[in-house]
Design a protein around this ligand. Structure first.
Ligand code: HDE
Length: 703
């Protein structure tokens, strides 16, 4: 067994975290050379022939006694487990959470007691509506689920990249999800909200209007997981050692700043690289650029809750950061990809009810409902009540209980006693001091099926969100609504949506109505509480206002042709890498091109495999002849035209001007086009790229 595992010898990780080499296990299982393990059955029996099943004669029937064939096919037939009913498509990574300072005044949760404490973490990002194999750039909410393996058990903060939700009561969850999933008779559309059922449900559910503003904004098409925020959504409680409670809302802020793509780009990314977000996270972590988020908390007491404009238990509302500043309390770093996607990312089981002592729930009806749902879903998906035996789900702290047996039980306690109290002084006992004590809030009331009146204002924060966006972002919301509703076949649904929009912003409603060909505006939707006009815009809600001040973590695509200037390319690369960004070369042919000085420029992509939608900015480093040849290639013209239309910064050598022109781009159109006249210009280009996009161009290109 003391051999170096070869690439073919994949590892099996047992529940005891022992790493066994697949096929390893002594001399009997080695070839004469001793370096390649012998293939075995799952029972460990060595296999002589894995190419041919056992037959009666070479053209005869297969023999039933072929136990190797039977086992191999049997196991293959059972490889799939049900995908998650929501958030099926996801991607995860390992890392850690580091506490800045003790929060003992607020919570007795052990992970917050000591400055510098590091808690192992596993994070899974996801889309909500699409199946496991759907594309990454769907317009959708992103899941941001964090499992923290604390010394007091696992804490799962199962959040999203949007701080509010569609519904106020968990009983409506099956309805909202049914409506967004493919329609049951035709089984389409996949991973899309642009269809009748979704907008029918939404237009009949005014409480969703705030969330709709977020989902129609660029938040729903993030540039990557690394550039998006995360939110715990609900109000939770911190509880300290004196059993005092403080309300808390959790936020994750990306170190690299916020960034999204535009819809026209998203659609093309889905075709060019459906795994765009996965690949981005994989590449960042594998190259040592570990993504990082800061945890910030909004802390408040009952007095604040009583005086706030909205009910803090209502998950369709935020507390604007300008009203209650989120306080930084720690950082989350992702620094390791799973060894095996299925074992870890697919089998990880997040549950909102996993909280350590010192963190508790509020009465948010959505959170209360979630606390029921997440246990059921794990049993359905993972197939056994012993899903906590899987290494990814097992706590990393000591644990002792009397749960036993069941399918696939792998951690079985030894000894005689499996109950307590017992007379033998064996086994664990509860600890009133260290154990989880629910916050002893006084509750009373009649049993009713009622929605609190304090949950009734459905439009004011939707309006506040819209008015907190910059011009381009407001336009994107209008365009997204128009696109989505243009796919709705039932006119009354479209009109009903316009009636809601009238309660949010008249201009928005008019633009959407006009684009949808609705000649006469409907009356505004009836509102239980009149939409308020007095909420101050919250700049924290805009992505553009909260972009980074560096180009770090981004990617430049450089289109080269034969005869390109290799030394200029080198200088460009140095400037890009100095900024913490990455350069990838795109060439007309696989392999690369010969530069003017006879050196070879290696390329990562061929043009149609590396369209400009995969990059944050582009450069055209082409020779005169090269430019001429590229003007004849549709993929090269699209490379340029798309980069321009998506408001990206474009650097170009003077020889590239004909290519720009053929792509319909005036080389002097705006300051986003940066001529690479000398080496200094490469640095200037990278500095310009810090703005990420030239939104001023948007009106000209009619994005
Ligand atoms: Fe979930 N949700 N959810 N959800 N949710 C699931 O659990 C549910 C809600 C969220 O990467 C399921 O393991 C109900 C809000 C994430 O594995 C399921 C309600 C928020 C993930 C479930 C909600 C979320 C899930 C499906 C309404 C943001 C993926 C598979 C009350 C705060 C976790 C699973 C992962 C997954 C139920 C609403 C976030 C069925 C009943 C609000 C990030 O249990």
């Amino acid at each position: 067994m003391a051999k170096t595992p070869s690439a073919s010898a994949r590892k099996l990780v047992t529940v005891h975290d022992q790493k066994l080499e697949r096929g390893g296990g002594g001399e009997l299982h080695q070839t004469a050379a001793g370096d390649t393990p012998i293939l075995t059955t799952a029972q460990g029996g060595p296999v002589a022939d894995d190419q041919n099943s056992l037959k009666i004669g070479s053209r005869g029937p297969t023999a039933l006694e072929d136990f190797h064939f039977r086992e191999k096919i049997f196991h293959f037939d059972h490889e799939r487990i049900p995908e998650r009913v929501v958030h099926a498509r996801g991607y995860g990574a390992h890392g850690y959470f580091e506490t800045y300072d003790s929060l003992a005044a607020y919570t007795r949760a052990d992970l917050f007691q000591r400055a510098g404490e590091k808690t192992p973490a596993f994070v899974r990002f996801s889309t909500v509506a699409g199946s496991k194999g759907s594309a990454d750039l769907a317009r959708d909410v992103r899941g941001f689920a964090v499992k923290l393996y604390t010394k007091q058990g696992n804490w799962d903060l199962v959040g999203n990249n949007i701080p509010v939700f569609f519904i106020q009561d968990a009983i409506k969850f099956p309805d909202i999800i049914h409506s967004v999933k493919p329609e049951p008779d035709r089984a389409f559309p996949q991973a899309q909200s642009a269809h009748d059922n979704f907008w029918d449900f939404i237009s009949l559910t005014p409480e969703s209007m705030h969330m709709i503003m977020w989902v129609m904004s660029d938040r729903a098409i993030p540039r990557s997981f690394r550039f998006m925020e995360g939110f715990g959504v609900h109000t939770f409680r911190f509880v300290n050692a004196k059993d005092e409670s403080t309300f808390v809302k959790f936020h994750w802020k990306p170190k690299l700043g916020l960034q999204s793509v535009v819809w026209n780009e998203a659609v093309k990314i889905n075709g060019a690289d459906p795994d765009f977000h996965r690949r981005d996270l994989w590449q960042a972590i594998q190259s040592g650029n570990f993504p990082e988020w800061e945890m910030r908390v909004q802390l408040f007491d009952q007095d604040f809750a009583d005086s706030f404009d909205f009910d803090v238990l209502d998950p369709t509302k935020i507390i604007p950061e300008e009203i209650l500043e989120p306080v930084p309390v720690g950082r989350l770093v992702l620094d390791r990809m799973p060894d095996n996607f299925f074992a870890e990312t697919e089998q990880v089981a997040f549950m909102t009810q996993n909280v350590p002592p010192g963190i508790d729930f509020s009465n948010d009806p959505l959170l209360q409902g979630r606390n029921f749902s997440y246990l059921d879903t794990q049993l359905k998906r993972l197939g056994s009540a012993n899903f906590t035996h899987l290494p990814i789900n097992a706590p990393k702290c000591p644990f002792h209980h009397f749960q036993q047996d069941g399918h696939m039980a792998m951690r079985n306690p030894v000894g005689r006693v499996n109950y307590q109290p017992n007379s033998f002084g064996e086994g664990p006992r509860e600890s009133p001091r260290q154990g989880f004590r629910s916050f002893a809030d006084a509750e009373e009331g009649q049993k009713v099926r009622l929605r609190a009146e304090s949950f009734a204002d459905h439009y004011s924060q939707a309006r506040q969100f819209f008015h907190s966006q910059t011009g381009p972002e407001q336009r994107h919301i209008a365009m997204a609504l128009t696109f989505e509703l243009s796919k709705v076949e039932t006119p009354v649904i479209r009109e009903r949506m316009v009636a809601h929009l009238l309660n949010i912003d008249e201009g928005l409603a008019e633009t959407v109505a006009d684009k949808l060909g609705i000649k006469k505006l409907p009356a505004p939707a009836a509102a239980a509480v009149a939409p308020r006009d007095d909420l101050q815009p919250s700049p924290a809600l805009s992505i553009i206002e909260n972009g980074p001040d560096s180009f770090a973590g981004r990617k430049v695509g450089v289109l080269v042709s034969p005869g390109a200037d290799a030394s200029l390319l080198k200088k460009l690369q140095t400037a890009i890498e100095k900024e913490g960004a990455v350069m990838e070369v795109v060439a007309p042919k696989v392999g690369g091109v010969e530069a003017a000085d006879g050196s070879w420029i290696e390329a990562r992509h061929m043009i149609d495999g590396g369209p400009s939608v995969l990059f944050d900015a582009v450069a055209l480093l082409v020779s005169e002849q090269g430019a001429e040849r590229l003007t004849g290639e549709a993929a090269a013209r699209d490379f340029v035209a798309d980069a321009f239309a998506h408001c990206k910064f474009i650097a170009f050598t003077p020889e590239a001007v004909p290519l720009l022109e053929k792509a319909g781009v005036d080389a002097e159109a705006d300051e986003g086009l940066v001529p690479l006249v000398d080496a200094k210009a490469t640095k200037a280009f990278v500095e310009t790229c810090r703005k990420l996009r030239l939104w001023g161009r948007e009106k000209a290109v009619k994005l």
